[in-house]
Design a protein. Structure first.
Length: 70
């Protein structure tokens, strides 16, 4: 992620740091998961809640619970 992007090694799709697709065959952004902080300040990753992102909207417009804001 030296350039704040991810290049899929399988099909060549390009994704920005937030998972938004910007090139290649991927038809939509990467899925996201629920993130939160415990009362003790520990990061909690809830893989049981997967959010299917739609193209054209930023993650905070669709699923703000998938973004951890400090």
């Amino acid at each position: 992620m030296a350039e704040n992007k991810f290049k899929c090694p399988c099909h060549g799709s390009g994704f920005k740091r937030d998972g938004t697709n910007f090139e290649g065959p991927a038809p939509r952004p990467l899925d996201r998961i629920k993130l939160s902080l415990s009362p003790e300040g520990v990061l909690v990753v809830d893989k049981g809640q997967i959010f299917r992102m739609a193209a054209g909207l930023s993650p905070d417009q669709q699923y703000p619970q998938s973004i951890l804001k400090a």
